[in-house]
Design a protein around this ligand. Structure first.
Ligand SMILES: NC(=O)c1ccc[n+]([C@@H]2O[C@H](COP(=O)([O-])OP(=O)(O)OC[C@H]3O[C@@H](n4cnc5c(N)ncnc54)[C@H](OP(=O)(O)O)[C@@H]3O)[C@@H](O)[C@H]2O)c1
Length: 325
């Protein structure tokens, strides 16, 4: 049994904890909150034997195999460093950190301590998403030349919410724009993109409300990304090839369905792969597999992937003029 511990029992932690029941060989073992009552309530709800009112206290408790960090963006760096220093393997929510230099430090410490460290990019473990990539790579739509993706939702302004707070890493790009970006990086390669252009409208507090970006990869492949916290869009993605296109249905970052449209014979094929729960079980199962094999790095999300993503995010933030403390 791999014993998961959670830091930050908030919205995403709840979904993750719920989905752990679908992962053979995994169990929720401990949870820590800044508030003991919140940890206890969470532990009770998810049948978790150990609850702590301090992150550090939990990390000193024996029996934890891996810590899932589910706090807001700005805490990913300090919390990951704290876990690694205390000798724990880590699964850290996205975005991995607030700056590529932090990402580099986190990876370096994990390597120095010989510990497992992975960014929790659940999309990359979804069966339909991977099917789309497999089809694109196998030539099912000819030569792939471009892709577009969008992830947006309408959020009413709330200065207290982490979505709008510059101190908590607010803005559309880091929260949801990261999904189009990781999709493009996965499709076209980790190698540094040739060119990134971006534009955004900012909120009154100076974080991005709506952001669009274009990326040129290896001179011949183009990507168009859009994200916004001011619009309710379908959250879909399309891969374009010389002979057709692959459409990832909503929501593309954890899809259950894709459609291939062939230009020449106008054929349409659909692939459906429904799953139970929220869909976090796939990444959790991957972590279990990595730990059982003694790996310190995932082959699906190698450290270089996370570093590349972190650097691309920073290029976009610099271009749109969003700066975090
Ligand atoms: N993979 C995905 O699909 C997905 C989806 C949503 C979010 N996320 C990522 O998960 C992370 C958490 O998102 P969330 O929506 O779950 O966050 P959240 O519910 O707002 O907060 C999670 C926990 O972080 C701590 N926290 C929140 N605000 C804090 C503050 N101002 N100061 C100190 N601690 C604070 C709290 O833990 P305590 O109880 O210990 O105080 C809270 O329970 C984000 O980085 C986000 O990008 C990922």
């Amino acid at each position: 049994m791999i014993n998961f511990a959670i830091i930050g029992p908030g919205k995403i932690a709840r979904k993750f904890a719920e989905d752990l029941r679908f992962v053979p060989g995994a169990q929720l073992f401990a949870v820590a909150s800044n508030t003991l009552a919140r940890a206890q309530e969470f532990a009770q709800q998810f049948n978790c034997p150990h609850a702590f009112g301090s992150y550090e206290q939990m990390l000193d408790f024996p029996g934890i195999d891996v810590v899932y960090i589910a706090t807001p963006h700005v805490f990913h760096y300090p919390h990951t460093m704290m876990c690694l220093r205390k000798g724990h393997h880590v699964l850290c929510e996205k975005p991995f950190s607030m700056h590529p230099d932090q990402t580099r430090e986190m990876i370096a410490l994990a390597r120095e301590k010989n510990l497992f460290l992975m960014e929790a990019l659940w999309t990359l473990f979804h069966p339909v998403y991977n099917k789309a990539l497999e089809l694109a790579r196998s030539g099912a739509i000819g030569q792939v030349h471009s892709a577009k993706a969008d992830f947006s939702f309408f959020a009413p302004y709330n200065a207290q919410s982490r979505l709008f707070s510059p101190q908590l890493g607010g803005g559309a790009l880091l929260d949801i724009g990261i999904y189009p970006l990781l999709f493009f990086q996965d499709l076209f390669g980790i190698a540094r993109p040739d060119d990134i252009q971006a534009a955004a409208t900012l909120t009154r507090d100076g974080v991005d409300e709506t952001c669009v970006f274009t990326i040129r990869y290896s001179d011949r492949q183009l990507a168009l990304g859009h994200c916004s916290i001011a619009a309710d869009t379908p959250v879909e993605a399309t891969i374009y090839g010389s002979e057709g296109e692959i459409h990832l249905h909503s929501r593309f970052h954890h899809p259950q369905q894709l459609t291939i449209r062939h230009y020449l014979h106008q054929g349409i094929e659909t692939v459906e792969m429904p799953y139970e729960g929220w869909g976090y079980q796939f990444e959790a199962a991957h972590v279990v597999q990595c730990l059982e094999r003694g790996q310190t790095e995932s082959n699906r999300i190698p450290h270089a992937f996370t570093q590349g993503l972190s650097e691309a995010l920073q290029v976009i933030l610099d271009k749109i003029g969003v700066r975090y403390a």
